[in-house]
Design a protein around this ligand. Structure first.
Ligand code: S3P
Length: 164
């Protein structure tokens, strides 16, 4: 069974998956990382090929990742926009939703900038994405962890306790 991390940009998927990998001794597959390896930088894909093409590539990569077993899959924030992605990820995994309030997301996302969807006025854009997606994350999730105020280690402990 795979552990699949979903959540908004800035929810901590990458940081948590790196720590979780150490704690559980499981490999991490980062879907954005796979996209970059195979196609180039995400900001370049958005600018040159467009979001639609990015989403198609994301689904291809998710389809490959979901063939794996016993790994941690860290997804891009928009992975839940496509029901096919959710079904692929659930085939062999449990989806853990890393929830955080918009203020927390903005603080965390500021540490790793360069997200095309947050370019120019990240506050407004984050709020909009959150509103559009909140219900989709909730629906996709097998488990939800409210991460505001928790350290990465505490979040990992909660995930470990899920015994996925
Ligand atoms: C996206 C989030 C990004 C990346 C792409 C699109 C989104 O990943 O996949 O820029 O739609 O929310 P992070 O969630 O790691 O920022």
């Amino acid at each position: 069974m795979n552990i699949v991390l979903v959540g908004m940009p800035g929810s901590g998927k990458s940081t948590v998956s790196a720590e979780l990998s150490k704690v559980l001794k499981r490999k991490v597959i980062d879907t954005d990382g796979e996209i970059v390896k195979n196609y180039g930088e995400i900001s370049w894909i958005f600018a040159e090929l467009g979001e639609k093409r990015f989403r198609a590539i994301e689904t291809e990569v998710i389809a490959e990742c979901s063939k794996l077993n016993g790994v941690i899959i860290s997804t891009g924030g928009g992975s839940i926009l496509c029901e096919e992605n959710v079904q692929l990820l659930k085939r062999n995994g449990k989806i853990v939703y890393l929830y955080a309030e918009v203020a927390t997301l903005l603080k965390r996302a500021a540490a790793t900038p360069n997200r095309p969807l947050l370019k120019d006025n990240p506050e407004e854009k984050m709020e909009k994405l959150f509103k559009e997606r909140a219900a989709l994350y909730e629906r996709a999730a097998d488990y939800k962890i409210i991460t505001d105020g928790l350290t990465v280690k505490q979040i990992c402990k909660r995930i470990k306790e899920l015994k996925i």
